[in-house]
Design a protein around this ligand. Sequence first.
Ligand code: ZN
Length: 289
Amino acid sequence: MASDYLIRATAAQGMVKAVGALTTKAVARAKEIHKLSPTASAALGRSLMGAALLSTSLKGKKHSLTLQIKGDGPLGSIVVVADADSNVRGYVSNPGVHLPLNEAGKLNVGAGIGKGYLNIIKDLGLKEPYIGQVNLVSGEIGEDIAYYCAYSEQIPTVVSLGVLVDFNGNIVNSGGYFLQLMPGADESLISHIENKVNSIKPVTSLITEGLLPEDIINLLLGEKGVSILGKTDIKYKCTCSRDRMERNLISLGKKELHKLVDEQENIETQCHFCNTRYLFNGEDIGKLI
Ligand SMILES: [Zn+2]
């Protein structure tokens, strides 16, 4: 299986920014870690990919982007983090929830997410992070991210995110793209893109046929002169460590830590993103205190 990556490109003399991504392995890894149902695989998979696509706007090495979806549906909330190197990690509150397919025969992510809002938090190394929030349009995630870009960042954007799951719940493939129009793009370019987006097959079908992210961008924008700017690997990668968990415990404060050791012999903490467990015995906690 090919490695995951994204391709950054421009087209139409810089009037269109395009990013295409292949994320099969990252989504399969997320499925394995969190034991995701098919609906949850599609929901978290699309979110991971969406964050990876958006992370291409990060400039600094240490910058990161967090995508939060807070819906009232049975899947609960989703949190995904992507860094400037397109490493992604994430989780969904109720990974086992699966819903019947929707009328179109697709995984019903919208019903799983429900109504609520989407937050994008960018840590750009400044004192305060940048936070943008929009209401969810459909809970299908791609549409919601496109709406966020158009409304919150004033950039007309098309987002397509696909996760194909087989009857056994395995991830067959996953990929997507986003296209953004720069200020001054004319009407004919906009309608050209709309026609292309509406006429091509779903991304997962194209990947099944053997197309790569750069092929998909060419399919969409080839007639408008595509320049490839770069390629970045995408990986599902967690940043947790025992050290970091210690700092989290310390942040609880002395009083709370004393209370914890009085109540139980050992304290176990678990990382939300990768499910790694960290065990601290009374002596460890004593040192932290
Ligand atoms: Zn972790």
